[in-house]
Design a protein around this ligand. Structure first.
Ligand SMILES: Nc1ncnc2c1ncn2[C@@H]1O[C@H](COP(=O)(O)OP(=O)(O)OP(=O)(O)O)[C@@H](O)[C@H]1O
Ligand code: SF4
Ligand SMILES: [Mg+2]
Length: 401
């Protein structure tokens, strides 16, 4: 009798094909440089696809990004802007056409397959759809331990011990060891995904919208767990989300992506206190408390959202944000793509890709465009809202759902 076919893997899953014999990765671990070597460095990365009609799409367009050791970088942007593609290209799970990716000090372009495999042991992903990313025919213990087997780490008994330790770390009760994904709640399934990602003690974990498929109550628990792990483990995170509010809890720095490009990047506190790109301003405004000035901002956001939505299939000339931007000028905005302006005047580096960022940052233009009634814009409205969801979860509720 034929054995059943392995379940289809979710979009984006690393192809470790556990039910087929994965073999053992016998490659020696690569040197990883010193503490100052970035975990991930993207330089002018370009990823192109072809649409069904054969039209080229530049999903990632000259993106540069650096993630240091023990640093968490949030990547936000609306659907289809290229976040997942960037993440997958960073691990060479999709090919890139231009630019450089340096993982743990190694330029991916120069690596042999065995070396790439060895590096991937130290770089893991957590996916949006926890259920779809877990093999339904495997038990929890086997799913979590699979990367150890694939990479030939430890003996069988040591692997089982490591799995139980990891289950404990992510708040999964031991009795779930022999269960299958379908017997778990959504939150427990995502904890299994997190445990599987962490079991090889990676240096970098890419979380691709790890909470967006979960119920609101469970989201806070998973965010709490990721925050605890970030604080206690020697690991860097690239944390992808639609929602700036979600990345704020976890990130040291934030990169805002729009139609394949990073339009603003900087320390999380500064981006929240004073977003410079009009798109980032809209994202921040969307999570403001509904006080007076915030309502004006929210009105503005609605107006912005009503603009024409451009597409990666046909990006506009000049600045890609022009059709939604209230500050857009014919010249230069509709003629010339804005370069990356890097401002280090406050002692930390901030990047913004907007021709008019200095004017937009000034009160006069801000008031004129937003129609503020002569009062100074109150930057305190950008402070984190009261009732942070992270604080609403009792510690004893974190473990199981
Ligand atoms: N394998 C592929 N072949 C063709 N086009 C692709 C492929 N993967 C992604 N794309 C296109 O690249 C663009 C960026 O997609 P991507 O999945 O990276 O966006 P995203 O920001 O992660 O969106 P979401 O928030 O919805 O997950 C989209 O237009 C998408 O249709
Ligand atoms: S470059 Fe012009 S259109 Fe683009 S975000 Fe800045 S002001 Fe708006
Ligand atoms: Mg995505």
């Amino acid at each position: 009798m034929n054995s059943p076919k392995p379940a289809p893997f979710a979009y984006g899953q690393i192809d470790e094909r556990p039910e087929e014999d994965p073999g053992v990765d016998s490659s020696a671990p690569l040197e990883e440089g010193d503490r100052d070597t970035p975990v991930l460095l993207l330089e002018d990365l370009v990823v192109r696809f072809k649409s069904m009609e054969g039209i080229p799409i530049t999903a990632v367009d000259r993106v540069s990004l650096r993630i240091n050791r023990r640093e968490t970088v949030g990547l936000v942007g609306e659907t289809g802007c290229g976040k997942s593609t960037l993440a997958r290209a960073a691990l060479k799970l999709v090919p890139f056409q231009e630019g450089h990716v340096t993982l743990l000090g190694h330029d991916l372009a120069g690596l042999r397959n065995t070396e790439l495999r060895s590096l991937r042991r130290r770089c893991q992903m957590i996916f949006q759809d926890p259920r779809g990313s877990l093999n339904p025919r495997m038990t929890v213990g086997r799913i979590i331990g699979e990367p150890l087997r694939v990479h030939g780490i430890g003996e069988r008994r040591e692997q089982a011990e490591a799995v139980r330790e990891m289950m404990d770390l992510v708040g999964l009760p031991d009795e779930l060891y022999a269960r299958r994904p379908v017997q778990l709640s959504g939150g427990q399934q995502q904890r299994v995904g997190i445990a599987r990602a962490l079991i090889t003690r990676p240096a970098l974990v890419i979380c691709d919208e790890p909470v967006s498929a979960l119920d609101v109550s469970i989201r806070a628990q998973i965010l709490n767990l990721l925050a605890d792990l970030r604080d206690s483990l020697d690991v860097s995170f690239l944390f992808i989300a639609h929602d700036l509010a979600v990345v704020r809890h976890l990130s040291d720095r934030v990169a805002v992506m729009y139609l394949g490009r990073i339009v603003e990047e900087g320390p999380v506190g500064e981006i929240f206190a004073q977003p410079r790109h009009p798109y980032s301003q809209g994202l921040v405004a969307a999570i403001l408390r509904a006080d007076g000035f915030a309502r004006q901002r929210l009105g503005q956001v609605r107006r912005l959202a009503a603009g024409d939505l451009p597409s990666l299939l046909n990006p506009p000339e000049g600045c890609r944000y022009q059709s939604r931007c209230p500050y857009a000028l014919d010249d230069p905005c509709r003629k010339t793509p804005p370069p990356d302006f890097v401002d280090s005047s406050s002692g930390v580096s901030r990047l913004v890709a907007c021709h008019r960022w200095e004017e937009i940052a000034s009160d006069s233009l801000d008031s004129a465009v937003l129609g503020a009634d002569g009062t100074e814009p109150d930057i305190s409205i950008y402070a984190p809202p009261q009732g942070d969801p992270k604080d609403s979860v009792e510690p004893e509720n974190r473990a199981g759902e």
